[in-house]
Design a protein around this ligand. Structure first.
Ligand SMILES: C[S@@+](CC[C@H](N)C(=O)[O-])C[C@H]1O[C@@H](n2cnc3c(N)ncnc32)[C@H](O)[C@@H]1O
Length: 116
């Protein structure tokens, strides 16, 4: 059984938007300014936790075809909403998974993990 907050996102999906502050290009720039050898954002492997219906991640996958993107959200309805534009755009570098974080099997390593 899901928690009440998870049930509500299936009943009333969150309005999903792109968020500039979570873009790997921004994180890369800030990291570089602070002397961190950040991975190339154009070919990065990116995980988004709580991706809702994917509006933050899908534009990245479209803009950077050499990157690889995974979005996880416990709301099955929102994940189904995310899969439609991925299919329409024919994107092969992005995957959406409907599952609570706590139930995720171990994943490969990521260059950037974002959560808004
Ligand atoms: C406030 S919304 C934010 C959505 C999106 N990140 C944004 O900023 O537009 C939080 C999202 O996290 C998901 N979520 C909350 N707890 C979760 C959990 N334990 N496992 C997976 N997803 C979870 C919800 O289903 C919801 O889509």
């Amino acid at each position: 059984m899901n928690s009440n907050s998870e049930i509500s996102y299936d009943a009333v999906p969150y309005q999903s938007f792109p968020y500039a502050s979570t873009r790997p290009a921004n994180i890369y720039t800030v990291g570089t300014l602070f002397g961190v050898a950040a991975p190339d954002f154009r070919s990065a492997r990116v995980l988004e936790l709580g991706c809702a219906s994917g509006s933050n991640l899908i534009p990245l996958a479209f803009q950077y075809p050499d990157g690889n993107y995974i979005g996880i959200d416990s709301s099955e309805r929102q994940i189904e909403m995310a899969k439609k534009p991925v299919s329409d755009l024919g994107l092969k570098n992005i995957e959406f998974i409907a599952r609570p974080f706590a139930d995720m099997p171990p994943l490969d390593k990521f260059d950037y993990i974002i959560c808004h």
